[in-house]
Design a protein around this ligand. Sequence first.
Ligand code: ADP
Length: 499
Amino acid sequence: MPQEVSVPSAIERFVTGGLASMLIDGAFVPAVSSETFDTLNPATGQLLARLPAGDAPDVDRAVAAARRAFDDGPWSTMKPFDRQRIMLRFADLVESRHEDLAILDTLDMGAPIQRMRGNLRRAVGMARFYAGLTTALRGETITNSIPGDFHTQTLREPVGVVGAIIPWNNPHIAFIWKVGAALAAGCTVVLKPAEEASLSALWLGEMLLEAGLPDGVVNVVTGYGETAGAALSVHPGVDKIAFTGSTATGQAIVRAAAGTLKRVTLELGGKSPNIVFNDADLDLAVPGAAMAAFTNSGQVCSAGTRLFVERGIYNDFVQAMSSYTDALTVGNGLDDTTQLGPLVSQTQLERVTDYFDVGRAEGAAVYTGGARLTEGDYAKGYFVAPTIFTDVDNDMRVAKEEIFGPVVSVMAFDDYESVIKLANTSPFGLGGGVWTNDLTKATRTVGALRTGTVWVNCYGQMDPAVPFGGYRMSGYGREGGVEHVNEFLETKSVWTQTH
Ligand code: ADP
């Protein structure tokens, strides 16, 4: 029997239908307008909390607080060692409360508790990784060749106030990822969580204060993207937007940011190719390819949703993957046996089920899945069956557009050159996978794929120290690794005449 995880007392206040507040300048406050919006449990449709519907006036207040904390201190005047100590304390708090954080995110956006628990090492690891970099920032001394005696060096300085806009698909990870890197660089932050899943951001904001973060250094403004998010993107007091979300919203943010030419980094969508050659280890590749597409119910930007299988193994592979897929346990994320939870919202449900119709209309065949799940308790939430489309052509919409649901489009291929061409025929370039036991072929494929990450005989691994980001329309900039902190730094060149 599945064990349903019960709601711990530490998070009850966020999930019992009450009114939550947002974090501005060290205080938890309602929206200036007093407007609210509801956040629901996608597995049951139940109300979790009412949240302040922040808008331009709230963003103004939060940006003013972040500006003060940056321009006047204390954050910008604090020694790196002291900033690091606060971030390490925050990491300890995240570690000690991670189980409760995991449950909070499961309630808020539906992902299986097993998956959320599995974020522990990464969540805490990121917080400590960025804390470590706080004391490791450095510029360079550079030789120059101009006549006379001049010393040249570079200083790295924080870019200033960061507007962080994050999605709902892995909420506490997204928060720590963006905020950790910005703080390591010495920036201050106004973060807008996704309206579908804001609760862990509020709790993490509280933990930062508890860890000793001064007021105004990190502010969390809840609200809709079109209002609060848009206000942040155009705000003249914001020096940089760090965004993760859909490509269409990324484009809107770039347009909005153009007025002030604020810096923008974007981690956007994908339609990532996953290539299985005839000689692959099928014991690895079958579950690997299925979960590359289905994990988190496909609500992963780097999901391997275009699966290319070499002709010689195609039929057997699809059959084996279908058996694996049909055995996946779809259910309420709080059940600890659940492997796939619901989609996050009614909107996502409609979007994904529309694509079932689109695929069929285009001539793709539903090998398995292809429908909403409606029996029993499923009817209360936004559940769909993990779905395999075959007879897909790379030109079809189901092979071109990001669906953000548990849907994979499988295509057969005959030779290396043609599959590389197909794999790269996409406006996106986020992730990519290759499954083969031929080292030469794997190495060639890694070089040929135009994507920011390539996984070889595995898929989807992430680590705080390893950069992640997109080529082409999957965005620009890198998150994770030292590269990430560099995205929050300006370079100042200094010329000093020495005679
Ligand atoms: P999805 O469609 O998967 O929800 P979005 O890109 O719309 O992805 O959402 C990611 C984040 O972007 C969320 O926090 C959302 O509120 C925010 N957002 C949506 N529209 C805008 C916008 N026009 N300007 C700024 N932020 C936005």
